[in-house]
Design a binder for this molecule. Structure first.
Ligand SMILES: Nc1ncnc2c1ncn2[C@@H]1O[C@H](COP(=O)(O)OP(=O)(O)OP(=O)(O)O)[C@@H](O)[C@H]1O
Length: 345
């Protein structure tokens, strides 16, 4: 809000945004802005999350969080935990592999922070779905008390802001000028594969609410509002489940069907044996009792004779114990007690 010099009335600014985080825990910020990105990217959607705003406004706090402080860890450590949790959850149906890059963009230089080497990126990798987490350089005005950055650093940060703003404006209607915007920025070159209308783009703007920072706050909010208003072109996109996943599921189906066929074959073409040895009979009885008592999880049938004996044993157990159970049920209404007795037997 600002009071107009000529008039006594205050001026208000209103901006359309999706939400405000004020005095909010890191967990809530993560859940609202990034938690769903793991699943989306595993389903084949590229995701970009950008932390943007004035210098000293809390971008590093949101993205990385505080070091050595579990509660205040930021989006990146939380996202990594969730990624590996999801990998573990899906290990039976999918072989997920992750690759991680940690990159610093400084002017024309691109430095891989994991190897400390300059590198050139292969931006057009196909079949790899990415989550880009970007912490933009903080913008600001030289000479303000809240700004301790050099003029060169601020100049680069402000230029990056303009390039990003231009790119977003061109995003809806790609034209030749879009490509010249991309060519001018290392960040856009790096992101262009993922920066499409079918991607998920999350923009977290950071502002400092002080009188001194009003102009830069307004500039940040104007850009945020422009981006928030962009309505992506609706495209129908059929996301194909990963090939590996389909192959794995089909293999499991084939194995189940094979087992069923073997069993069918066995029962159809086998004659029951007239005699069965005493020790074999005792073994089958023991198996049935162990199964009923829960010591083994399943009974494997080897032949028709085995199945017949099994049914007989179950019938004998039924004849022996059901009258006893009914009698106990008559005497007591405590069902738990009855169940306990059955297992003791
Ligand atoms: N929500 C918050 N709660 C507690 N402390 C915070 C919060 N946000 C920021 N801070 C603290 O404010 C200071 C500045 O924040 P931070 O370094 O994240 O700003 P920045 O926007 O990344 O700055 P720059 O653009 O200069 O890198 C840090 O000491 C940070 O720990």
């Amino acid at each position: 809000m600002q009071r107009d010099k000529q008039s006594k009335h205050p001026i208000y600014w209103a901006f359309h945004i999706d939400g405000i985080f004020h005095e909010m825990s890191q967990d809530k910020v993560y859940c609202a802005t990034a938690k769903d990105l793991v699943e989306k990217s595993l389903n084949g959607i590229n995701c970009i999350l950008i932390g943007y705003g004035q210098t000293g406004s809390g971008k590093s706090f949101t993205i990385g969080g505080l070091r050595n402080n579990w509660e205040h860890r930021g989006i990146v450590p939380r996202l990594l935990s969730d990624m590996f949790m999801e990998k573990a959850n899906r290990r039976k149906i999918s072989n997920i592999r992750y690759r991680l890059s940690f990159i610093e963009l400084r002017g024309k230089n691109v430095v891989d922070l994991l190897t400390q080497k300059r590198r050139i990126f292969n931006v057009n990798e196909r079949g790899v779905f990415k989550i880009h987490i970007v912490e933009m350089a903080g913008t600001g005005t030289v000479g303000k008390s809240s700004c301790w950055k050099t003029a060169v650093d601020l100049g680069m940060a402000n230029l990056m802001k303009i390039q990003l703003e231009q790119y977003f404006l061109h995003l809806r209607k790609p034209s030749m000028s879009t490509y010249s915007v991309i060519r001018s920025s290392n960040l856009l070159k790096l992101l262009r594969d993922a920066f499409t209308v079918t991607s998920i783009i999350r923009f977290i703007s950071h502002v400092r609410i002080t009188r001194e920072d009003l102009e830069i706050t307004l500039s940040t909010m104007r850009m945020t509002a422009k981006i928030a208003k962009l309505k992506p072109i609706k495209t129908i996109r059929h996301i194909q489940p990963q090939t590996e996943l389909i192959v794995q599921q089909l293999r499991e189906q084939v194995n189940t069907l094979k087992k069923e066929l073997e069993l069918n074959d066995m029962f159809l073409h086998q004659e029951a044996l007239a005699n069965i040895s005493k020790s074999r009979l005792e073994q089958i009885c023991r198996d049935v009792i162990n199964f009923l008592q829960g010591f083994i999880s399943e009974l494997t049938l080897f032949n028709v004779t085995h199945a017949r004996v099994l049914v007989n044993v179950v019938k004998q157990l039924y004849d022996k114990f059901v009258p006893l159970i009914l009698c106990i049920l008559d005497q007591s209404s405590n069902l738990n007690l009855c169940i306990l007795i059955i297992y003791v037997i």
